[in-house]
Design a protein around this ligand. Structure first.
Ligand code: 13P
Ligand code: SF4
Length: 330
């Protein structure tokens, strides 16, 4: 009889968050690094970051700051965009596996095939991509939008062109409504916003009749149509800060956003809308993005200390650079 080798379970040692924060602080000073964190990362990460923001602000910060090292606490496409806009800087990411269901849904080969097919049919298309795409996909696009600048960019597309919008069908449908432009929509969606259910939201509203429902435009149409306010993460912050009287909000977006809302407008109450399994009716923890959740204080310390993992420059970044600069910086 062969005996199987005994594999020892890796032991995960939880480090004290306060010690980690001190280490991070010392390392960032020593290396002149800046930590950028998206509003969907854990509150403790947002608190130690040098810059927090939505996708648009963080991309602009990455381009304008002078620190030679950036630690991008977010997801892969965000780190990639930072590198593309600032090739001379070292862009470190706490976890290279922090991806995005939207970016995964639109690979460059499929996009190229769709563009070729539409052009072969004689359609005069302009491809507008949400920033939640890989650099390889961006390099095939004419414009890049974020939740913060989408309307303005779509207004720049000549009226006689057809718009192919990738990869978020829900954001695309919402943009069709607010801009009045008909679009060909790619069938992608965000795994977090896709999970909010209308019944659940109606139930939450019944329990809190005086509440204001706010949702990210990545939510499906049936959620958006019962909302009082629709906006990306930065627009949500601007909205809550504009209301001086205490309000109760039902928040249909990634749950870490509540930390950023509480910080800027602590006079209000924020209730996260849970995701729900449509078949069983049970609520789940799916209002937390598993990719954003890969960012931890420990990994931020490690990547600052070790100088890796790093986003390496790839030849196709040059094409993505043109379209990103034109769309986000001009
Ligand atoms: P914004 O912060 O730009 O609204 O983006 C939300 C998002 O889903 C990021 O992945
Ligand atoms: Fe992607 Fe959705 Fe996670 Fe944002 S919240 S990174 S869109 S999967």
């Amino acid at each position: 009889m062969t005996t199987l080798p005994i594999v020892e379970k890796p032991t995960f040692v939880e480090e004290d968050p306060l010690d980690l924060m001190d280490e991070i602080d010392a390392l960032r000073k020593e290396k002149n690094a800046a930590i950028l964190a998206h509003f969907y990362t854990d509150g403790e990460i947002q608190d130690i970051a040098d810059f927090t923001g939505d996708s648009l602000k963080l991309a602009r910060d990455a381009a304008s700051i002078t620190n030679p090292i950036i630690v991008f606490s977010g997801v892969h496409f965000m780190g990639e965009s930072a590198k593309i806009l600032s090739p001379e800087k070292t862009v470190l990411v706490p976890d290279l596996l922090a991806g995005c269901s939207l970016a995964d849904s639109c690979n460059p080969h499929d996009l190229k095939a769709m563009q070729d097919q539409l052009r072969a049919e004689g359609r005069d298309i302009v491809t507008v991509a949400y920033i939640n795409t890989t650099a390889a996909t961006k390099s095939l696009c004419d414009w890049i939008v974020t939740s913060g600048n989408a309307r303005e960019i779509i207004d720049r597309v000549p009226k006689d062109k057809e718009i192919l919008f990738v990869p978020d069908q829900h954001l695309g449908r919402y943009l069709q409504e607010v801009t009045g432009r008909k679009m060909i929509l790619w069938p992608g969606s965000c795994m977090v916003h896709e999970m909010f259910s209308k019944q659940d939201l109606i139930r939450a509203k019944k329990n809190n009749p005086e509440s204001i429902i706010m949702a990210h435009p990545e939510c499906p149409q049936n959620i958006l149509e019962i909302c009082d306010f629709i906006g990306g993460t930065e627009k949500m912050r601007q909205y809550v800060v504009s209301l001086k009287e205490p309000q109760r909000f039902l928040v249909a977006t990634e749950v870490a956003m509540i930390h950023a809302l509480k910080k800027i407008a602590p006079q209000h109450e924020y209730i996260p809308v849970p995701g729900i399994f449509a078949d069983t009716g049970e609520t789940c923890a799916c209002n937390r993005c598993p990719h954003m959740a890969r960012n931890t204080l420990q990994k931020i310390r490690d990547c600052l200390r070790d100088g890796k993992p790093e986003i390496e420059w790839k030849p196709y970044f040059a094409d993505a650079k043109d379209v990103l600069e034109r769309s986000l910086l001009k």
